[in-house]
Design a protein around this ligand. Structure first.
Ligand SMILES: [Zn+2]
Length: 79
C-alpha cells in the first residue's frame, strides 16, 4: 500500500484534476475541429491548376488542397 502524507495527497489530487481537465479540453478541441456545419456552409469551388480537377470545399479558407495531386489552389468563386 502506498502511504502518502497530507501534502502529497493534495498534490496527487491536484495532479489528477489537472489531468482530467487536460483530457476534457483536448476532447472538446478535437470535437470542435471535426464538427463543421456542412449543410449550412456555402461551398467554395476550386480548380486545380496542375491537373484540372474541379472540387468543392466548404471551409472558408483562401486555398485548398487538390484531392488528386495535392497542389494548393485558390478558390474560383463561391456558390
Ligand atoms: Zn490537382
Amino acid at each position: 500500500m502506498i502511504t502518502l502524507t497530507l501534502p502529497e495527497w493534495i498534490l496527487a489530487l491536484l495532479g489528477v484534476h489537472l489531468a482530467i481537465l487536460l483530457v476534457l479540453s483536448i476532447f472538446y478541441v478535437v470535437r470542435r475541429l471535426r464538427w463543421t456545419p456542412r449543410r449550412r456552409a456555402t461551398p467554395f469551388i476550386f480548380r486545380c491548376s496542375v491537373c484540372g480537377h474541379v472540387y468543392l470545399d466548404r471551409r472558408n479558407v483562401p486555398m485548398a488542397e487538390c484531392a488528386k495531386c495535392g497542389n494548393m489552389n485558390e478558390s474560383i468563386k463561391d456558390i
